[in-house]
Design a protein. Structure first.
Length: 277
C-alpha cells in the first residue's frame, strides 16, 4: 500500500526556505484521494500500460503481481501491506486461493478491510492482521506464497523484510513483490535524498546488484526482476497531471515521473523461490 487512511499535509521546516527539500510529509496521502467515486479503495501506483482510469490501473497491477506469483486454487498466501481489502478479494475471487492472511500496518485500513470482506462473504477465507509487519506474527505454519504490492520499499531494513518473508514460506514457496530500485541515472543521489519525503527510507533504495545479493543471502533462488518503470511510474505521473488532483498525489506523481525519466529510479516486479537451505 502506498497510501493510508489518514489525511496529508506538507509542513515547512522554516517559512523562509522555499525549496521543496524543506518540506516533510506529516502523513501519507489517503486512499480516498486516489479512489474518487465508486466502491474501490485501491492503494497502489497502478499499471497504466492499457488503463485510462485509476481503479482499472490499480487492479491491473494487482493482477500482474498475482500472475507473477502463480497464485492458484488451494494455496495459502500472506499479503504484506494488504490495504483496505480490494487485493485480498482479488486473490480469492480471481485466483481461487484457499486462504489469505493480510498484514496491514494502518489499523484504520485493516478495520475497513475486515468490514468490506465480511460484506463480500469472504471473512472465512481472509484474515487481516493489524500492526507492524516487522513484529506482528503473520500466520501459523508455512504458506505457499508471500506477496507485497507497493509495500516492500517502506521497510527500513530490506534484509529483515526478506528474512520475514522467507520464514513464512514453505520450501519452494514463492515470493512476489513490487519494489523500487535505484537506477544509474544522473539523479540517483536525488532519488535517495527525496525518498524520505514519501516515507521511503533513504537506505531502502538499492541498485539491482545489491538487491539480488540480499535475496541470495536470505535464501531465495530463481530470482526474476521485470522492469515496469514506464508502465507504472511513468503512467502514474501522467495520470496525476490531470486537473483537480490532491496536492500530495500530484507531488508524488511529479517526483516519480522526474526520477523515472532520468533513469534514476526503477519500478520492478520481483519473483523468487525459497531455497531448501
Amino acid at each position: 500500500m502506498i497510501y493510508s487512511s489518514t489525511s496529508f499535509s506538507l509542513i515547512p521546516r522554516s517559512p523562509a526556505l522555499l525549496s521543496p527539500m524543506t518540506f516533510v510529509p506529516a502523513f501519507v496521502p489517503p486512499v480516498d484521494a486516489l479512489n474518487r467515486g465508486g466502491d474501490a479503495l485501491w492503494g497502489n501506483l497502478g499499471d497504466w500500460s492499457r488503463a485510462s482510469g485509476y481503479a482499472e490501473a490499480a487492479e491491473a497491477l494487482a493482477l500482474r503481481l498475482g500472475h507473477a506469483a502463480a497464485l492458484g486454487p488451494g494455496q495459502r498466501v500472506v499479503d504484506v501491506g494488504s490495504g483496505a481489502g480490494d487485493q485480498l478479494r482479488l486473490w480469492v475471487r480471481r485466483f481461487g486461493v484457499a486462504h489469505v492472511t493480510g498484514v496491514e500496518k494502518d489499523v484504520s485500513l485493516a478495520g475497513r478491510a475486515r468490514e468490506r470482506l465480511a460484506g463480500w462473504g469472504l471473512a472465512d477465507r481472509v484474515r487481516v492482521v493489524a500492526g507492524e509487519a516487522s513484529v506482528s506474527p503473520w500466520t501459523e505454519g508455512p504458506v505457499d506464497a508471500v506477496v507485497a504490492l507497493d509495500a516492500a520499499y517502506f521497510f527500513a531494513s530490506r534484509s529483515a523484510f526478506l528474512g520475514r518473508c522467507r520464514s513464512a514460506l514453505r520450501t519452494e514457496g514463492v515470493l512476489a513483490l513490487t519494489d523500487l530500485l535505484l537506477g544509474d541515472g544522473p539523479a540517483a543521489r536525488l532519488a535517495r535524498g527525496v525518498s524520505p519525503l514519501f516515507s521511503v527510507p533513504r537506505g531502502g533504495l538499492l541498485p539491482e546488484g545489491r538487491y539480488r545479493a540480499l535475496l541470495a543471502k536470505n535464501g531465495f533462488e530463481e530470482v526474476r526482476i521485470e522492469d515496469r518503470t514506464d508502465d507504472v511510474l511513468g503512467g502514474f505521473a501522467r495520470w496525476t497531471r490531470g486537473g483537480g488532483r490532491d496536492l500530495a498525489l500530484a507531488a508524488t506523481g511529479r517526483v516519480a515521473g522526474l526520477l523515472a525519466r532520468s533513469e534514476s529510479l526503477r519500478y520492478v516486479v520481483v519473483t523468487a523461490r525459497r531455497g531448501a537451505g
